[in-house]
Design a binder for this molecule. Sequence first.
Ligand SMILES: Nc1ncnc2c1ncn2[C@@H]1O[C@H](COP(=O)(O)OP(=O)(O)OP(=O)(O)O)[C@@H](O)[C@H]1O
Ligand SMILES: [Mg+2]
Length: 351
Amino acid sequence: MDIFHSHACGLDISDRSVKIVELKKAGKRFELISVGYRELAPGIVEDGTILNDTRLAEAIRILAEKHLSAPLTTRRIAIALPESRTIRYTFTFPKRFTEKEIEEAIPYEAEKVVPFDTSSAYWDFTLQGEHKGSQMVAYAAAPEKLITDYIEVIAHAGFALQTATLEAQALVKSLVSWYNHDELVALIDIGARTSTISITDQTGIWFTYSVPVAGNHFTEATAKALNLPVQEAEVKRIKNGLTLKQIQNAVMPLLTTIAHDIRKAAVFTEKKVGKKVTKVILCGGSSLMPGIQDALASEIKLPIEIGNPWREIEATDKPDTPLLYATVLGLAMRGLDSHSPHTMLNLLKHN
Ligand SMILES: Nc1ncnc2c1ncn2[C@@H]1O[C@H](COP(=O)(O)OP(=O)(O)OP(=O)(O)O)[C@@H](O)[C@H]1O
Ligand SMILES: [Mg+2]
C-alpha cells in the first residue's frame, strides 16, 4: 500500500467552521496524523451554500498551512455535503437485477423522487442488503452546481476532491460502524439549525429525516423563559451558567418534538427493514448541552449515549470538544476504506 492509500484526509465545512483531519491506517485501527480547525465568519457559507468562494478557499488554505497539529502528507480529500442540499432515498429492486442493471435503472426511478434536475445531478448508490425478497438500494444525489462549487473551492485551496459523501454517512463511520450487531441505531445529530435523525446500522443509513429544531431554538427558548438577551442566553446555556432545571424547563418542549420524530422514524424504519432500533447515539454541538441525555431518556425508552468518534483512533493529543470532530474523522476513516466501495456513497462517481 502506498502512502496515497494508507493516509486519508477529511475536510468538514460547516457554516461556522472548517476542520481538517489526516489519519493513517494502524492495523484495524487508525492513527491521528494531523488535526485542526478554523472558525468561519458569517456570510461565507450559509445553510451549506457557498456564498464567498474566495474567502472559503482562503480559510481552508490558511487552516492547512498554519493551524494543523502537523503538516499534511496528502492533498486528496473527502468532504461531506450539506444534508439540506442533498437527497437520500432507499429504492427497492427485484432480486434478479444485477448491480449493472440497477445502475442503469436508477436514473429513471430517481427522476420520480428527486426535486431537482436529475439529468445533470451527481449521484451514487450502494447495495444495502435484501428484505422481503427485494434488494434494498441506498441512493443519494446532489444538484450539479453544489458539487461544481465545492470542487472549484477545494482546487483553489490546493486540494484534490476525491470523495463527496453525505454528512450522516461520515457520522455512521465514526460513531456506528464498530457497532456490530444485527440491530438498528438511531443517530441524532443536533446542530445549530437542524437536528438530523438517521436510522442506521453498520452498513449505512436506512432513513434520514431533518427536524428544524436545534441549538439556536434551545437558545431562543432559554432567552424567552429566563427573560435574557439571546446572546447572553447562548453563553450561559453553554458555559453552565444556568442550572440543569432552568435549561430543562426552557427546552423540554423542543426536546419532546425531537423525541417524537425519533420515535416516528424508528417505527417507520423498523417496519421497512425488519430490524429493531436498540440504541440512540447523540452527536452534534447541541448534544453537549448539560442534561440533554436524561431529558431525552425520559421521552424515549431506549439506551441513549453521547457518541465517541475517537474510539477507533490512536491519538496522543485530542482537540478540545472531541465530539465536534465526528464528521471530519468519519470522512478520513471512510477514505481509508475506499477499497470497500459497497459501504461508501461517493457522489462524484456518477454525473
Ligand atoms: N458545550 C456546548 N454545550 C451546549 N451547546 C453547545 C456546546 N458547544 C456548541 N454548542 C451548540 O452547538 C451548536 C453548533 O453545533 P454544530 O457545530 O454541530 O452545528 P452545525 O453543524 O454548524 O449546525 P447545523 O448542523 O444545524 O447546520 C450551536 O447551537 C451551539 O450553541
Ligand atoms: Mg451539523
